[in-house]
Design a protein around this ligand. Structure first.
Ligand code: GUN
Length: 284
């Protein structure tokens, strides 16, 4: 029987901290502002953007939504980002991904001022994370670390396996575990001995994007299992990358889906936006 790490609870604590800090900032006449850009009408992106706006209102930030049509040109999108980069009351800029195919995602990420890049996707922020000298951490990996800390788990010296090598989750996740002195392996679709590697992990992070991919025979007895996946199973029910029913009895700690890593992502976005507002106002 594993201990369930509740992202619902931990994210509520993070948001309460951000809210308290925001109230402090307001006594100095500062209200953090987040601009959220969404291009096209992807239903999942719409849900995420609505949740981000709601979280802003809950913690006392101002949010501005820029909903652009799917036919928006690269020039139009870059012009909007340029305007937002210069707008003093906007501290954070987030462009919801994925973008429609005709838009150049890399160029868009590059255009966002690194000081307002609350996703921490800009190459200069990615580089800062590599060398451990950062302002912003990418929201999902930072949320996973917060869950690990909340459970009192020490990463140092542990064997950590991350399944998935995306720029958004897998790669930065590995880096954050390494910063805490974990011995980290990144697995991906070409990894040959996936089952052996995963079942050697003390800490296993699943960020594959495939429903119930991690089975009991891939998990060591007593492992800590963190599930980044948000998928639908064969019955249309929300599920993670981990087969929870199979893996839970073997794990020492496990995150559920929903209510695990998901709510942490938005809480960490609020934390980054607060940090951006403080940095831009000379408060450290
Ligand atoms: N699409 C999926 N996850 C994310 C995220 O964390 N940030 C942005 N901007 N887009 C996403």
């Amino acid at each position: 029987m594993a201990i369930i790490i509740s992202g619902k609870e931990v994210s509520a604590n993070v948001r309460a901290e951000v809210k308290a800090a925001c109230e402090q900032l307001r006594t100095k006449g500062i209200t953090p502002g987040l601009a959220v850009i969404i291009v096209g009408d992807d239903p999942a992106s719409r849900v995420y953007v609505n949740n981000k706006k709601k979280a802003c209102a809950d913690v006392g930030f101002v949010s501005e939504e820029y909903a652009l049509p799917a036919e928006t040109t690269q020039e139009e999108l870059l012009a909007l980002i340029d305007t937002l980069n210069r707008k003093p009351e906007i501290n954070g800029i987030l462009c919801q991904l994925p973008l429609p195919k005709h838009l150049d995602e890399k160029a868009v990420i590059n255009a966002i001022s690194p000081l307002k890049d609350v996703d921490a996707f800009h190459p200069s922020n990615v580089g800062r994370i590599m060398i451990g000298d950062y302002h912003f951490l990418p929201c999902t990996p930072a949320g996973v670390m917060e869950l690990i800390h909340s459970a009192g788990i020490d990463v140092s010296g542990k064997s950590c396996v991350v399944i998935g090598r995306s720029n958004i989750v897998g790669k930065p996740m590995a880096m954050l575990l390494l910063h805490e002195n974990g011995t980290v392996t990144i697995c991906h679709s070409r990894t040959r001995n996936l089952k052996e590697l995963c079942s050697s992990a003390d800490i296993l992070v699943a960020a594959v994007g495939r429903p119930k991919f991690v089975k009991a025979d891939m998990v060591k007895e007593g492992a800590v299992v963190l599930d980044v996946g948000i998928n639908r199973d064969e019955n249309g029910k929300l599920c993670g990358d981990v087969d929870f029913a199979e893996v839970e009895p073997k794990a020492s700690y496990i995150t559920p889906v929903p209510g695990g890593v998901g709510p942490m992502t938005i809480a960490m976005l609020m934390k980054n936006t607060l940090k951006a507002a403080m940095l831009q106002n000379g408060i450290d």
